[in-house]
Design a protein around this ligand. Structure first.
Ligand SMILES: [Zn+2]
Ligand SMILES: [Zn+2]
Length: 384
């Protein structure tokens, strides 16, 4: 007996690889029909032999992508329509907008492996992402979550990217910000006048060299500009405080790896998992008592805790690999002013603060602050 079910799933189901997951599941169980991202969530019309349809509905809940969160799941049965295939339909602009947009997700291990594999076409490409990771909230102009509704809309995919984006078996199937060095955004290093002095990987490499030689660099990150400086260098940190007009507040430090964090701070299992979670917050960690610390005491004056983070975007990963040292990573603004999200605005507002600007041409639509968290007892506490 064939049956047909209409399924409405609400929650954080866009931007987490939900449609590709449903497509693969539908193929597996021989389901015919379609799926659409609507402004309220995800809508599925599915038809198959009864036992397959039942398994399909069950697995939608139990096998969902790891970053998805289902708030409500409704399904109802109808007469069959005689669908011949299963398709991902174009978006539906009707209705009120109640879908959740997931936050930006830190780079996944698969993407990291590609970025550091010299044989991969995305080798050292700072905008690598897939359905499991990448920018979401900071680049979405409107719901539903589709490329046309993101700041990636202006980058037309090359043939290779298109092939990945349209292949249900690929990790980038419907990964909206899919990009590569051929078709995607590019980085550049500007001097303080806004003149491009280096491009592509050379820009990142030179930015690392300048930071190591005691300069302050402004970085256009995922959710806004950050100011970066060598965290070992007392003088430049004092200088950064002066230029940013930030007299005593501690600065957060980005470490190249978890091992570097362990050398500097005490790290419990819970803290370690928080530090490397998909939200990749700044985590407050207790500093080890050491005779010689690699992080300057000027970073968090007289404070037994240090705000610590790990690289979370490909651009940060590549930069930190070039640097190999802990750096101050603080918001790109003068105290109390809003954080810059546009490079031309940054050039004006960070004048006199940044010596160099590591920028790119993917627009940031919404500012996202690095969140700050700590473990208290056995619980996660979000401070910002
Ligand atoms: Zn990924
Ligand atoms: Zn491409």
């Amino acid at each position: 007996m064939r049956q047909r079910a209409k399924i409405t799933i609400k929650g954080a189901v866009q931007g987490v690889g939900f449609r590709p997951f449903v497509y693969r599941l539908a193929t597996e169980f021989g389901i015919k029909g379609w799926i659409i991202n609507s402004s309220q969530g995800v809508f599925i019309d599915a038809e198959a032999e009864e036992q397959y349809l039942t398994s399909f509905v069950q697995k939608l809940k139990t096998d969902k992508p790891k970053n998805a969160f289902i708030q409500s799941f409704e399904h109802a049965y109808f007469d069959c329509n005689g669908y011949n295939d299963f398709e991902i339909r174009k978006r539906d602009d009707e209705g009120s907008k109640t879908a959740f947009v997931v936050p930006d997700i830190s780079t996944c291990d698969d993407c990291l492996n590609e970025i550091f594999d010299p044989g991969n076409r995305r080798y050292l490409y700072p905008f690598t992402n897939c359905t499991n990771c990448g920018p979401r909230f900071s680049i979405i102009c409107d719901l539903p979550y589709d490329r046309a509704n993101t700041t990636m809309a202006e980058f037309e995919m090359c043939e290779d990217c298109k092939a990945e984006y349209t292949n249900p078996l690929d990790r980038r199937f419907h990964a909206e910000p899919t990009a590569c060095p051929v078709c995607g955004p590019k980085v550049a290093l500007w001097n303080e006048k806004g003149t491009t002095i280096y491009q592509k990987h050379e820009a990142i490499k030179k930015a690392a060299e300048f930071i190591k030689s005691g300069k302050i660099a402004a970085l256009k990150g995922i959710g806004g500009f950050q100011l970066l400086a060598d965290a070992r260098n007392d003088e430049i940190i004092k200088e950064l405080r002066k230029r940013k007009r930030r007299s005593e507040k501690p600065f957060a430090v980005m470490f190249p790896s978890i091992e570097d964090v362990k050398n500097e701070c005490e790290l419990s299992m819970l803290e370690e998992s928080l530090l490397s979670s998909i939200e990749s917050p700044i985590v407050l960690l207790k500093r080890r008592k050491r005779i010689k610390s690699s992080v300057s005491p000027e970073t968090a004056i007289g404070n037994p805790y240090l705000g610590v983070m790990l690289p979370y975007s490909p651009l940060h990963h590549i930069l930190m690999r070039e640097l190999g040292i802990p750096i101050i990573a603080t918001s790109g603004n003068i105290s109390e002013e809003p954080i810059c999200i546009d490079e031309y605005e940054a050039l004006k507002k960070l004048k006199g603060i940044a010596d160099y600007y590591l920028v790119h041409n993917r627009k940031i639509l919404r500012h996202v602050d690095d969140s700050i968290a700590r473990i208290a007892g056995s619980r996660k506490m979000i401070i910002r």
